[in-house]
Design a protein around this ligand. Structure first.
Ligand code: SAM
Length: 267
C-alpha cells in the first residue's frame, strides 16, 4: 500500500518510523525518508540486516512471553510501521485471546497501524510519546484494552537509542516498570558501538544529523535499563542469537550485530 493513501502531501523531512520501514524493505516511506536512509546505508551497509534481525528478536521474545510465560497482554511502545512480524500476529498465533496496544508518536505510523488493525478487536494503536509515560499508562483506549493490574509484556524495542542521556531514559523506563505488576516483562533492544568499527559511530552521527537524536550505549548502560527486573537467560546479548543463546543457556559475543537485546521479569 502506498503511503500517499494516508498522507496526501509528502512530509517535509525524514521520519524515524518511515526510514526504519525502508530499511526493512517496506513500502511506507517517502523520498525524504529514502534519501536519509540511503545516507545511513552508504556509511553502514549492515543497517538493513540489523533492522531485520532486531525484528526477528522481537518476534522471538513475544513468542516466548505468550508461549512459555503465558502472558496475554502486550504494550508495544515505539511500535513503528505495521510491517513484517507484527506483535499481535505473533502473540495471537500462540494465544488467540492476546491483546496488544501499539504506541508510537508518529501519526503516520499510527494511521497505518489503525487501518491494519481495524478488524482486530484485541489490538489497537494510539499516538502517544514515551517521553510522557503517564499519558500512556492512563490513555483510555489502552486501559480499555489492557488490564494494567495484571502482568503485561512491555516492549521497548529499538526506541531508547532515540533518547539521549539528557532526556533521562532511565527514569522513563523506571516509571513504566514501576507501574506494572510483578510478573510483567520488559523486552528491550538498543543500538551499541561495542565491538564495532568506526562505521557504526559514523552511521549514528549521520542518523543524528538527518533523522533524529541518536545515542549508542554500551552493555552496562543497556543492562541498567533492566534495573528492577530479573534477566531471562542469556541476559543482555548482542544480536543475533538471543533465542539460540536462550536454548543453550550460554552467551557468545563474537561477530554479532551492533544491537543489544534482553528480556527481564519485573520484580
Ligand atoms: C526503529 S523503530 C522500531 C520499530 C519496532 N519497535 C521494531 O523494533 O521493529 C522506532 C520507532 O520508535 C518511534 N519513536 C521514536 N521516538 C518515540 C517517542 N518519543 N515516543 C513514541 N514513539 C517513538 C518511532 O516513530 C519509530 O516508529
Amino acid at each position: 500500500m502506498e503511503p500517499e493513501t494516508f498522507a496526501p502531501t509528502a512530509p517535509e523531512g525524514p521520519n524515524v518510523a518511515r526510514v526504519y520501514d525502508y530499511f526493512l524493505g517496506g513500502a511506507h516511506n517517502f523520498p525524504a525518508d529514502r534519501e536519509a536512509a540511503a545516507r545511513v546505508i552508504e556509511t553502514w551497509p549492515q543497517i538493513r540486516d540489523t533492522t531485520r534481525v532486531n525484528r526477528l528478536f522481537l518476534g522471538e521474545a513475544v513468542r516466548f512471553l505468550a508461549g512459555e510465560v503465558g502472558l496475554r497482554q502486550f504494550l508495544d511502545i515505539g511500535s513503528g510501521m505495521p510491517t513484517m512480524g507484527n506483535v499481535h500476529e505473533v502473540a495471537q498465533q500462540v494465544t488467540p485471546d492476546a491483546c496488544v496496544a501499539y504506541v508510537d508518536h508518529d501519526p503516520v505510523a499510527v494511521a497505518h497501524s489503525q487501518i491494519l488493525l481495524a478488524s482486530n478487536p484485541k489490538a489497537l494503536a494510539v499516538e502517544a510519546d514515551l517521553a510522557r509515560p503517564e499519558e500512556i499508562l492512563t490513555h483510555p483506549e489502552i486501559t480499555g484494552l489492557l488490564d494494567l493490574s495484571q502482568p503485561v509484556g512491555l516492549l521497548l524495542v529499538a526506541i531508547l537509542h532515540f533518547f539521549p542521556d539528557d532526556t533521562d531514559p532511565q527514569r522513563l523506563v523506571a516509571s513504566l516498570r514501576d507501574a506494572l505488576p510483578a510478573g510483567s516483562y520488559l523486552v528491550l533492544t538498543h543500538a551499541t558501538g561495542d565491538g564495532q568499527g568506526r562505521d557504526v559511530a559514523d552511521a549514528a552521527e549521520v542518523y543524528r544529523r538527518t533523522t533524529a537524536p541518536f545515542q549508542l550505549r554500551d552493555r552496562d548502560q543497556v543492562t541498567g535499563f533492566f534495573d528492577g527486573t530479573e534477566l531471562v537467560e542469556p541476559g543482555v546479548v548482542l544480536l543475533p542469537g538471543w533465542e539460540d543463546d536462550r536454548q543453550r543457556r550460554a552467551t557468545t559475543a563474537a561477530g554479532r550485530l551492533p544491537v543489544y537485546a534482553g528480556v527481564g521479569r519485573i520484580r
